[in-house]
Design a protein around this ligand. Sequence first.
Ligand code: ATR
Length: 273
Amino acid sequence: MDRYLVFGHPVRHSKSPFIHTLFARQTQQELEYGLAEPAVDEFAQALRTFFDQGGKGCNVTVPFKEQAFTLVDCLSPRAKRAGAVNTIKLTDDGVLLGDNTDGAGLVADLKSHGVTLADSRILLLGAGGAARGALAPLLAELPSELVIANRTHTKAQQLAAEFHDLGPVTAQTYEQLAGAFDLVINSTSASLQGELPPLAPALIHTDIAIYDMMYGASDTAFISWAKQHGARQTMDGLGMLVEQAAEAFTVWRGIRPGTKQVLRELKRNLGVI
Ligand code: ATR
């Protein structure tokens, strides 16, 4: 049977095996999908061994995405732009192709929630790997403006300069932010520590859409905060997780699974509904 897995550390709580097993069942594909948690300095060896032993493809998550970028034989344009690889496919010619489906997953999830990206004013919080992966797919949707704000302002400036050729992207400090944004995307890891990015409450209004790439069994700190200040449309990163997985599955199998039912089952599994 064709073998796939996700590499990460820690990865024990990953929902990818659950999601891909449902995709395989739905599309009647014969495959198995597991987990691998190599020591941080043993990822390269573990990846080689997996493919030497007949593995067909894998996902890569924290902290290995940047390393995976350097280990594959060739890169998709979107992986090149993201500077990170979350999906690897062994092609029929024996080439390891590195791809990145995170940004496409974010955009697909935003659209499935009915969020309009064209001509919108988007605020992206954070300038780490998650922000980098989101920028090209977001700019491809032709927003009127995309502002990056980050605690370490120089990182936001570097990122804005790097993606400037793709659209109207600028960097501002949290203090400089003003005017009505249509969409705020939190790509920071602040929620992991129960912290908040230092955003002025005045930026939140009733018609704003709020997206947190993090997720949990209950509202993230950022989503709770945004709701308290009047945001009516809030979304967490669970949908992005399912959509990036669907995109990876399509890369591997050439068949696109449906995501709605899988997302519902995942929510049930997590105790969210
Ligand atoms: P990832 O790959 O998930 O993006 P990362 O590269 O470590 O992770 O980036 C984490 C991002 O969250 C960074 O933009 C970080 O800001 P700094 O560049 O200033 O470190 C941001 N971040 C983490 N904790 C934060 C907090 N408490 N408030 C605001 N931003 C925070």
